[in-house]
Design a protein around this ligand. Structure first.
Ligand code: MRU
Length: 351
């Protein structure tokens, strides 16, 4: 598929642009009504942009963090990579602290540390090349996953997705949304349902808009409508991305994913997780060991700037949940497909 697929027709949005002296981030807080790039000139501006969800999605925040290291490096004078690494460590720790759940952030920073450790006097060029490589590899991985994941889906299927896992969340093409793009192009997917993804509305604001750029018209549903949708028989697959996949296959993703997996199991709907190998964390044994980000309860009090909740109400706002591997039919990475994932299969694939 990758030889013949018209990627330019199906993949037009780019959330991250490196200008050579600054990082431009498509401001995902303002989409779909305002398409505007924010310019970051320091690593702390990048860390704040990651924390504020200006840039979001597991692979995208890893890529942004790598560029954040390059920005921090512009103020460092060092004769070797090792010397630069020591000077850059505080900035890297601030980038790492921006969001806790998606492992791609720590993974990208670890890659930058690794190349710095062996770099000589040309260490700045080395880390700039590495940031470019992280983005290029992510795009290639997504294109490969699109082909692998789509091949699992029967012709004319209905598919449901959650959150935004597209070009906006990655270097391009997307993970779960890449599978959906490929599946639509091949005629395997006849209908796409996107959950709103309360409270931040990644589905309603971002996935719907992004697919429309490709000429794909998804059908939006309230998150609470998912079980009912499955009961009608309209969907054969739920396809989602991931923020961290553990050694036993347990998977953290956007809050609401777990209840989709439970409903899918009940209704005989297949459940696919599509994510690059940079999202696999073999150091985390299972889902219980993942730190789940909790954000400002204020995100639950309204829609946009309009308050909808009663005044002085308490709220709890975990933004990810963990789907146990027993509810997952397939984990798709660029390295291949793991069906009915468990620890033995994960170890065989990822060491
Ligand atoms: O809070 P977000 O919008 O960063 O959450 C994003 C998700 O949960 C995505 O599903 C996940 O990062 C995979 S993106 C390819």
């Amino acid at each position: 598929m990758t030889d013949t697929f018209d990627f330019d027709r199906y993949d037009r949005v780019r959330p991250i642009r490196w200008t050579g002296d600054a990082l431009e981030l498509l401001d995902q807080r303002k989409l779909p009504f305002i398409v505007e790039y924010v310019r970051c000139e320091t690593s702390d501006e990048v860390a704040e942009a990651i924390h504020a969800l200006t840039v979001r999605g597991a692979p995208a925040i890893g890529i942004a963090a790598a560029w954040g290291v390059v920005l921090a490096a512009r103020d460092v004078q060092a004769a070797s990579g090792a010397e630069a690494a020591a000077a850059l460590e505080p900035a890297m720790q601030r980038l790492n602290a921006a969001r806790p759940t998606a492992v791609n952030l720590a993974w990208a920073l670890a890659r930058m540390r690794r190349v710095l450790a062996s770099a000589g006097a040309d260490w700045y060029e080395v880390i700039e090349r590495e940031a470019h490589a992280i983005a290029a590899e992510d795009l290639a991985a997504n294109r490969r996953m699109g082909a692998l994941g789509a091949a699992l889906i029967g012709e004319g299927s209905g598919v449901m997705t959650h959150c935004n896992t597209g070009s906006l969340a990655t270097a391009g093409f997307g993970t779960a949304l890449g599978v959906i793009r490929a599946g639509v192009a091949q005629g395997r997917i006849g209908k796409v349902y996107a959950g709103e993804t309360r409270p931040w509305l990644q589905g309603a604001r971002l996935t719907a808009w992004e697919l429309q750029q490709d000429g794909i018209q998804p059908t939006l549903i309230a998150d609470a409508a998912a079980s009912h949708l499955m009961k009608t028989g309209a969907v054969q697959w739920v396809v989602v991305g991931a923020d961290r996949i553990c050694a036993n296959g347990d998977t953290a993703n956007k809050i609401g994913t777990y209840q989709l997996a439970l409903a899918a199991k009940h209704h005989g709907v297949k459940f696919m997780v599509a994510a690059p190998s940079s999202t696999v964390d073999m150091e985390t044994p299972d889902g219980d060991a993942i730190e789940i980000e909790e954000r400002d309860p204020g995100e639950l009090f309204g829609v946009g700037t309009v308050r909808t909740a009663a005044e002085q109400i308490a709220a709890w706002n975990p933004v990810f949940d963990v789907t146990p591997h027993t509810l997952i039919d397939a984990i798709v990475t660029e390295r291949g497909v793991i069906e009915q994932p468990d620890e033995a299969k994960m170890r065989a694939a990822f060491g």
